[in-house]
Design a protein around this ligand. Sequence first.
Ligand code: ZN
Ligand code: ZN
Length: 395
Amino acid sequence: MSLAELINHHLGHTVELRHRLHQIPEVRYEEFQTCAAIRAELDRLGIKYIDGVEGAPTATIAWLGDQSKGCIALRADIDALPICEATGLPYASTHPGRMHACGHDGHSANLLGVAAMLKSLEPKLPVCVKLIWQPAEEGGAGAAKLVEAGVLDGRIGPKVQAIFGLHGWPGLKVGLVSTKPGPLLAATDNFTIQFHGRGGHAAYPHLGRDPIAAMASAIVNLQQVASRDVDPTDPAVVTVGIVIGGTAINVIPDVAEFSGTARSLNAPMRKTLRQSMQRRCAGIAAAHDCELNFIWEEGYPPTTNDPAMADYVSRIARQTLGEKNFIPTARPSMGGEDFSYYLEKIPGCFFFVGVEPVDVNGYPSLHSDKYDFTDEALRVAMRMFGEIVMGWPAR
Ligand SMILES: [Zn+2]
Ligand SMILES: [Zn+2]
């Protein structure tokens, strides 16, 4: 059977699997029902797997084919978000306050569909294929745990030469695939900035040191990091999302703080943002005679596609789906992905698969309580992973 025929054969069951996973969303590192469902399906297919790794018990890793031919990996993330679902779908979440709002149910079911196809093609596979169901993409850096445990370097299964991952993408119509070489998604560093002053009566500010005035000045001043301290042609984002300070209208508090996220597409820019923010806040703290506590939490690295691998994926998409159905990504997105941890170690490509139905205008965004990975996108996702494997140059 050809890949197209195999997809016709397996698509219905893969859609059912997605709906089943959609009903049991679990957040980072708590994906026990999800991984049980994934492993039950692998049992049914007769595919052996590894149950979890150090620090990530809900990971599932399998491989198919002849290891002497080299090995490439396909990755799906399995976790959901702490969101109350409002889709009204018949297969909506049965876990209150949990939802597959990033479509990882689609990614996980897709890889199961691909596993079923590859199993029937096993003797013909041009390369060994490692299948990775990874927990905790949403803020838990599950990918980093798997890399540390040895999922790429040969300590868990065969050593991996190249890795591929995909994300369902609103704003792209079903049937379209998109990616680009180089940076695709941003680094996601977080900061908390505290000003420690001296509290007192609001009517006698000269007797205290007001941390709220310092904080307000800093929030306004940090808007100039992106506009004055960095090359305007190199993207950077500094967004303050949380502000905390004070308890009463007539009291100057001791402490005021704010937190947010800093996004960038490369290591030098990451460093620049951190240094620029710290320098500006230190100056403002000094001006207000407050103490500064500058806390920087490193998040995911930028997701940077290997140029040759991005070229390979775009060639596969053009050949399989038709010239007009591959859309080169014009600009990177400032969202983040922990797929970046794999790409720091080995070449690979992360790409987008359209989920917006052809007759719909304006699909709910990722992390919206109305988002759903469209069933019809599974056909494209299965085809892309299948072709990436079958098109791999045999050695
Ligand atoms: Zn997400
Ligand atoms: Zn996601």
